[in-house]
Write a protein that binds this ligand. Structure first.
Ligand code: HEM
Length: 123
């Protein structure tokens, strides 16, 4: 299973995202852009490993498949919200709505990922 790759990829994404935000706030637009490019490559790893985990649920039926699909959608939502925060910050617009989305999507994803679905490495 791809759980370790998946967790490594999204932990890295959160770190790169924070670095992007900090550089942006310091007015280092070029550095922020470079780190954001690396972050976008990391999204591909997240999507690949998450998609592979999700594929493992399609042989299951019923509620657990539904939860896995919602987990995947919430994961994609995190990526979208991260992009929204970066874009609004770069344009000097309010980031409040984007941050709220990021927090909600993260809570849903962590609850479903760690709390509910069985493929994880936590007991
Ligand atoms: C930044 C975005 C994401 C975060 C923070 C995240 C977080 C997590 C977490 C915490 C787990 C549980 C790992 C464990 O129990 O050891 C997990 C598993 C999983 N993720 Fe993601 N994920 C993200 C993106 C995605 C995406 C984009 C998809 C689908 C395309 C996806 C699909 C899955 C699936 C199917 C599992 C397996 C659930 C299980 O059996 O434990 N994830 N993810």
């Amino acid at each position: 299973m791809n759980t370790h790759l998946h967790v490594t990829a999204w932990v890295l994404a959160f770190i790169l995202f924070i670095v992007t935000i900090v550089l942006r706030k310091q007015g280092k637009a070029k550095g922020a852009k470079i780190v954001q490019m690396i972050l976008r490559l990391d999204y591909l790893l997240i999507l690949y490993s998450g998609g592979d985990l999700l594929a493992g649920y399609f042989s299951a039926k019923g509620a657990i498949l539904g939860e896995a699909i919602v987990k995947g959608l919430a994961g994609v939502w995190i990526i979208a919200a991260m992009e929204m925060v970066s874009m609004k910050l770069a344009k000097g617009r309010s980031t409040k709505g984007a941050w709220i989305q990021l927090i909600i999507a993260t809570i849903i994803t962590l609850i479903l990922g760690f709390g509910r679905l069985p493929f994880g490495f936590l007991p």
